[in-house]
Ligand binder design. Structure first.
Ligand code: AHM
Ligand code: MG
Length: 341
């Protein structure tokens, strides 16, 4: 049998660290939890690949783009792509044995997979398509996910244990459907990015232990909402306008905007308004997972008054204001919100 040379082994190591192997390496040894989480992340990756494939052909198929005509629990019009991606996550976890409950932006109540519940102590929280408004114009989209361990027996089937702080997340991350498909995750041991190699059908390690710059020039916010904001947020944006060195970037998909900020620094804001102080974004499957990623990379995420990871939700689909990114930029926004300057 031909033995691979040491040199070839190293080349393979460098070029081909797959996601499941990387997750295993995050933990000491091959504990049951390490194997569970590796298998679980493999399923998240499969969902990402299925969604990416569907998106890449969407313009060529009938009945894939546009609205379904339904309105979801958030009161938002549902796109066909939202439904497709939501169902993809359900179907990949159905045979996993690992996940007993899934909770997403598109479902009023958590989805139970009873056959997994005797052994599957994990819950997946997810936003199947982040940035839905970009769907029909072939622009960047994302998926966001968080993994939590079930606490208690959930006898009444109301998943009340999910109403707890973001510190309870075991893992979290996102998939970015851009020119390439990327998966970024943390299990509390740094932030790591992977790029889908379509020829292999595998997510391959791109960068380990990503650190967000302490400050950056980008501010990312929908300024069309200016007239609705509290005066303190308006004051911050006025400050940015009169200060040299800021650049506005806002894509309509926060996975994409926050990924840019993770790599290059800056701040993303989706503040509340006078009418809706809680803002738009949902805590459990949007803000908290992204907060976990950004904090692990050395950044910060806050409502303006408290850290996102410390917020205890009152309900599954709770919304929260979000200010997230480089720590110096976030501190500046906070200072406007708390001190007015
Ligand atoms: P969605 O999950 O329904 O797409 O909502 C989340 C998205 C974010 O990705 C994005 O930053 C924001 O909503 C855009 O909202 P708006 O059009 O109000 O700026
Ligand atoms: Mg969303």
């Amino acid at each position: 049998m031909v033995q691979a040379s040491e040199h070839e082994d190293k080349a393979l190591d460098r070029d081909c660290t797959t996601l499941s192997r990387h997750v295993l390496q995050q933990f000491q040894g091959f504990s049951a939890q390490a194997q569970d989480l590796s298998a679980l992340m493999n399923r998240v990756a499969l969902a990402g690949k299925l969604v990416a494939r569907h998106l890449s052909r969407a313009g060529l198929m009938e009945g894939v783009l546009g609205f379904t005509g339904e309105v979801n629990v958030q009161g938002e019009s549902v796109k066909k792509m939202d439904v497709y991606a939501n169902d993809v996550f359900i179907s990949v976890f159905k045979q996993s044995g690992l996940v007993c409950r899934l909770a997403s932006e598109e479902m009023d109540e958590p989805y139970y997979i009873p056959e997994n519940c005797p052994i599957g102590r994990y819950t997946l929280l997810y936003d199947p398509i982040d940035g839905s408004s970009n769907t029909d114009t072939n622009l960047s989209l994302g998926s966001i996910f968080a993994i939590r361990q079930q606490e208690g027996d959930d006898i009444d089937g109301k998943a009340k244990d999910l109403l707890s702080t973001g510190d309870k997340q075991i893992g979290a991350g996102y998939i970015l459907y851009g020119p390439s498909t990327m998966l970024v995750y943390t299990m509390g041991k740094g932030v790591h990015s992977f790029t889908l190699d379509p020829s292999l059908g595998e997510f391959i390690l791109t960068e380990e232990n990503i650190k967000i710059p302490d400050s950056g020039s980008v501010y990312s916010v929908n300024e069309g909402n200016f007239w609705q904001w509290e005066e303190s947020v308006r004051e911050y944006v006025r400050y940015v306008h009169r200060t040299e060195g800021y650049s506005a970037r806002y894509s309509g998909a926060m996975v994409s905007d926050i990924h840019r900020i993770l790599v290059q620094g800056g701040v993303f804001l989706y503040p509340g308004t006078v009418q809706k102080p809680e803002g738009k974004l949902r805590l459990l499957y949007e803000s908290a997972p992204l907060a976990y990623v950004i904090e692990q990379a050395g950044g910060r995420a806050t409502t303006g008054r408290m850290n996102i990871l410390d917020v205890v939700p009152q309900k599954l689909h709770q919304r929260t204001p979000l200010i997230i990114g480089s720590k110096e930029n976030v501190a500046k926004v906070e200072s406007f919100i708390q001190n007015g300057h």
